[in-house]
Design a protein around this ligand. Sequence first.
Ligand code: ADP
Ligand code: MG
Length: 834
Amino acid sequence: MRDARVKPADGPWVQPPTALQTTLPVLGMTCASCAGRIERGLRSVPGVAEATVNLASEMATVRFDPGAVRVADLVHAVEEIGYEVPATQTRLTIQGIIDASCVDRLEKQLRTVPGVTEANVHWATGTAVIKHPVGILAPSALVQAVEDAGYGAQVRTEDQPADGIEDARRREVRQWRDRLTLSGILSLPLLGAMVAEFWVPQSADAHLLMNGWLQLVLATPVQFVAGFTFYRDSYFNLRARTANMSVLVALGTTAAYLYSLAGVIWGRRIGITATYFETSALVITLVLLGKYLEAVAKGRTSDAIRKLVGLGAKTARVIRHGQPTDIPLQEVRVGDLVMVRPGEKVPVDGEVIDGHSAVDESMLTGESVAVEKGPGDTVVGATLNKTGSFVFSATRVGQDTTLAQIVRAVEQAQGSKAPIQRIADVISRSFVPAVIGVAAVTFFAWYVGTGDFRVALLSMTAVLVVACPCALGLATPTAIMVGTGKGAEFGILFRGGEHLETVGRIGAVLLDKTGTITRGEPTVTDVMAVDEVTPATVLSLAAAAESRSEHPLAQAIVAEARAENLTLLGVDRFEAIPGHGVRAEVGGHLVRVGNTRWMEQEGLVFTAVRDATSHWESEGKTAMLVVVDGRTIGTVAVSDTVKPESATVIATLQGMGMDVWMITGDNCRSAEAIARQVGIAPERVFAEVLPEEKAAKVREVQATGKRVAMVGDGMNDAPALATADIGMALGTGADVAIESADVTLMRSDLRGIVAAIDLSQATLRKIHQNLFWALLYNSIGIPIAAFGHLSPIIAGAAMAMSSVSVTTNSTLLKRYDAMWRFRRGPAAVAIADR
Ligand code: ADP
Ligand code: MG
């Protein structure tokens, strides 16, 4: 170990004042010189005192000045020179977030924890997601940081994604309710006094209620017990040089309270003739009411996760030591043999070893017809076993199961920020200081103008209270939460809030043909042979050559040969030529199977089969030539049926004003035939596109000035999906390619495209409505209050209602019906017939 101290050029050894040491895992090193390079790279970061890289343990030990360098910078430095710092994330459940500025402050605080590269706090879910290199950060340090900032935190155990958060959320609701109850009960007599003073000023009851000392006794616990949370929060905010809603509430109510206190003690001697205990107490009560209702409503925005997690089984029946034993789900290990009886849920993902059954996979595929399962078939956790019993071997457990991935995807999307939220963030950051300024101006203007201290005080308090920017901060995240949750319900997974936002702004949809518009399960329809060759020979040679290919066309040919009981010869030297075909050596002959374009390029003549292939292609079939040793011996036609919903979906998209395009590697004639069947104009068809050219075509559509969504099966379309503004992948049951696409449609039903766009637009509408009302409320409320036309109590009620109404407006999105366009549209009948 080297000496970690630094030696200044002309001085004694000194310990850097605030040096901090951390250990980063570094991957990708191949030799000692790599280690040296990383060391130099790290040392060149200003603020790094020393860096040592251990090649064997793949660890970098860095000593640095935390004031000058963050771990993120170190990670960046390592990545900059081409190595990887593997990262992970820890999730915390946070309690006590009051408004958007808390989020800001917490994020800042968490980012100062050594090791943290990124921290995102999400108010509506009450979660913090903290990214950090693996193994260098104790979760307790994060909890500590959150507590230092004045909030509560628990580490979320990944195995039970939603349990902890549920408990925490319930606790938070309870806390607000308790505060509200206390302050409500004590405020009631004060409200009574206010009413009595107004209606029956001379009665004995009114007299008693208006006793200043009694009011003081009632108002004090409201101010300092029920309202303690606002003081506490203000303290932490001000210490961090920020201000939020709590500061406004605390300032406003304290002013009213202290004025009244002075009135009770000194009264007329200092010229105070009235007290405002009812104002301070009722404002606090109303704000607490708002916070309570908001907490309840926020709980309702996160139903989706709860529902998803509820889908899973709680226990698994695992065969241990030859005996079936029921164990908790978390204890199932990969390789365990799991028994499933009729009516039970499949606990984890796996492969059937023994037994047969029908499994309802509708939670994944949306298809309610049960799927037959036998040995060798894959089963997915949380699907429902119907008829038989079977035993399967667990292949994915815990956080790797399909369900866990889905839950994570939804949580991540819910926790991410949509770009539109930045508007609100920016506004609320400078808002509170501005309001304090306005309040101060209001006070002095009134006091100087009228000499009436009371009016000045009340107007100022009203400004402070009415201006709370809670609604503004809630406008976007609550809508995003409900929107993404709603999506999951329909099998639409958005990878992040930004994608939910972008989908709604799409102007063009580019659909892959094979597997997207068509079923992707091609079957051989015709085989034609030349001269003396028999069709069986053509098919068996083609099938032999294709037997090593993964392509759906290849599989169709092989399946057909099997169905006809043809024996296939062995294959040597197989090669797939993407977008063209395959080449292989079969029984000593060079066999090529592929499209006419390829054969033309290779300079082959195939006059004998040209008419047949053209004819098939005009029917929308795909024709492939079979060439043996340079001679065309025949041709095979394969056809893939169009999905039943394709035409309806395309018509609906066009009706929504979208340009719909088709893209395929298939030949022009069959592509256009399919396009005609589904209602896509020939000029919107890209055919004979090589896989690597698809991304360029996406750019071509983008050049028309529209935002483009590319929809594909995600297999060979990855670059095109990535190039498009939105890449939508059609999920194929168990293999949900969630990570690769911006949007995953778990049910490979194209109606999901319409639903995704529509849901996104509905969510955007909600966000706009929310922002509009929140801003309107503040911009009307503040001037009214400043001109003295708003009592602080009404201001309190208004502010409580504004955040409640924004949250409630978001939860209304739950009523959204993704299929309404199909139920009401002209296509209703066609879909209902399925
Ligand atoms: P798509 O865009 O429809 O998914 P691909 O790019 O995978 O199509 O393939 C384009 C064309 O290349 C096919 O229509 C077919 O003519 C030819 N082709 C690709 N792979 C094979 C194969 N294994 N055997 C025969 N032909 C193939
Ligand atoms: Mg394809």
